[in-house]
Write a protein that binds this ligand. Structure first.
Ligand code: DHK
Length: 144
């Protein structure tokens, strides 16, 4: 069975109450529940994790890369725009990765336009709110 990791970075645990006009009003728990339903329809296994700490995210990517996962759905939050270390971890893991953003980062502040992850991701989804995670899962379930 294809195993896919869902990894959310800093502040994504605040979904639902965090700037809902930008990030939507659905919580991360609700997103994960929806994704688990889709995963079981697709016949793949989804494992989810969230952390506000860069090193913990990196450790999780290493772990998933070493334990038979084939795909990664990654929303690095603000680390998208700053973290060379997270980018290096994704490359090292060998996981086929889809970068997801709830908001359209290209329509926001200039500092959000640059992603250090996009250049090494298989695909990027931005601005589709929680639907972006579902699209990423559908893609990886067939392509990872
Ligand atoms: C989430 C964040 O936390 C921001 O720092 C990014 C991203 C955008 C999102 O749209 O999901 O800039």
């Amino acid at each position: 069975m294809v195993k896919i990791g869902l990894l959310n970075g800093p502040n994504l645990d605040r979904l639902g109450k965090r700037e809902p006009e930008i990030y939507g009003s659905i919580t991360l728990d609700e997103i994960v529940k929806k994704l688990n339903l889709v995963a079981s329809e697709l016949g793949c296994e989804l494992v989810s994790s969230q952390s506000n700490h860069e090193g913990i995210l990196i450790d999780k990517i290493h772990e998933w890369g070493d334990t038979g996962f084939s795909g990664l759905i990654l929303n690095p939050g603000g680390l998208t725009h700053t973290s060379v270390a997270l980018r290096d971890a994704v490359v090292t893991s060998g996981l086929k990765t889809v970068e997801v953003h709830l908001s359209n980062i290209h329509a926001r502040e200039d500092f959000r336009h640059k992603s250090l992850i996009s250049g090494i991701a298989a695909a990027v989804v931005a601005g589709m709110n929680h639907h972006g995670y579902v699209s990423a899962l559908r893609y990886l379930s067939e392509e990872a």
